[in-house]
Design a protein around this ligand. Sequence first.
Ligand SMILES: *[C@@H]1O[C@H](CO)[C@@H](O)[C@H](O)[C@H]1NC(C)=O
Ligand SMILES: *[C@@H]1O[C@H](CO)[C@@H](O)[C@H](O)[C@H]1NC(C)=O
Ligand SMILES: *[C@@H]1O[C@H](CO)[C@@H](O)[C@H](O)[C@H]1NC(C)=O
Length: 494
Amino acid sequence: MRSSVLSFACFAAIAPLCAAAPNISKPLSSKQILPSNFKPPQVFKNANLVRNVNLEKSYPRETVNVVIENIDSSPQSEYYLPFEPGTIERIGGLEVRDKKNAEAGPFQVETAEYDSYSPTEFYLIHLPTPLASKAQQTLSISYNVLSALSPLPTAIAQTDKQYLQYTFSAHTPSAYSTDNQKTKLKFPSSDVPDYTIIPGTSGSTSEDPQVQGSSFTYGPYEKTPAGSTLPVTVRYEFTKPVLHTAHLQRDIYVSHWGGAMMVEELYNPLMNIGAKLKEQFSRVEWQRAAYYNPPSAALKEMKFPLTPGSSDAYVVDDIGNVSTTHWRSGPREALLELRPRYPIFGDWRYKFQVGWNAELKEYLRNIGGDRFVLKVPFIEGPKMSEGLEYERVEVRVILPEGATNVEFSTSIPTLTNSTTLYRTYMDTVGRTTLTLVAQNVVDGQRESDLYITYEYPWTAGFRKPLTIFTGLVAVFGATWAIGQLDVSIGKKNV
Ligand SMILES: *[C@@H]1O[C@H](CO)[C@@H](O)[C@H](O)[C@H]1NC(C)=O
Ligand SMILES: *[C@@H]1O[C@H](CO)[C@@H](O)[C@H](O)[C@H]1NC(C)=O
Ligand SMILES: *[C@@H]1O[C@H](CO)[C@@H](O)[C@H](O)[C@H]1NC(C)=O
């Protein structure tokens, strides 16, 4: 075991610590291209729609429960879901299920884009069985909206409360007409100083929203046409960090030979996108306030719950080892508590790398013959009550040399996937490496696993020891030759 950790250490030293600055302007890959004159066929209507917007975390999570009805004369299976201009590339974790049959699993969805620029873009939902004419089905559509909240005021004092603002349409964007709909909001607290008030219509309906503590309701609205919008803005207290990772590089090294797995994660960088500090940071004031431990808009600590049995965890930043890290590891728990060197206030960024070792047997199964299946979490980063969003995640799984026929599956939508060879100093052919890129991932998806199957013939296992053996023979051979030489020189000198 020790030797495998050692060989990992060498390996890690050779792997580049920080890849070049990631290019994060790459657009979401699209599967359906629509002609510029495309309009979703009006074959559905929404009989009833209830949208829940949860603002308790640093990214809004929306769930739309909608009863759809086929108003066409033939069965239909393609339901278009539009997003407001500039929003679709910030949507993550979109999932559609049958509300009345949730076990049936998520429906197939893909993005649909116009061939030329258009402010509106769609997700296209494929109903698993076409909906008969006049029939109804209840869909539950949920997704996260990233980079959606802006602090107001944009700068605050060190101990001030922080307020965030969210603007959206109180008419849920839809490609179809909607008979009846409402939008419910859930805030972190009842401290909501500003919100758009919509006057009641002709005295019959009361004004919007209806307020009950930390829950607000806009609507009900009747007979809203396709494409209808009703912009509203809310501003609410959120005195917690607003955490955003621009790029996460997650590398998983698998070694059958050592029975070990090593994980390295580079947060490049982690940012607090909340309100900036109005004045210079005062450590004296910070330490004085720490005594009362008040809510703060700064990030103080991150907790990484890891798989029990994980070991040798470390944290490195631009300065070096972060010694204020606590590492607890036992048979039932493995927890990495990372305290950055300074509290991370709004507009500040922190670039760091964490790593740890794990026992491969917790993750790997032989499924007969030379075939293996590896099951690892897609992300394993900090678990934060305030939430953490990832703009872009690159996961590299570095399999042993000689692994072939690599296949994968995960519930997190991937933008790209590729299998390449990764050569290190001791390798003869290079390690088989699977690289996956995903966008708009949140910490709420920590439970999503990545399954990888591959073939690894038992003879391939000998390759590394053989390489080392051959290497050692060469080294001893050289030493012996030098020794001979020394002796002969010595003899000459005498
Ligand atoms: C990122 O990629 C886009 C398109 O591929 C390119 O135009 C842009 O210059 C790149 N940015 C950086 C910083 O490399
Ligand atoms: C970081 O800490 C580890 C163990 O705690 C130690 O082996 C390593 O040498 C340290 N690295 C630096 C750069 O201080
Ligand atoms: C991997 O990428 C290819 C395109 O390069 C795509 O056709 C395939 O569906 C992807 N595989 C998975 C499992 O997403």
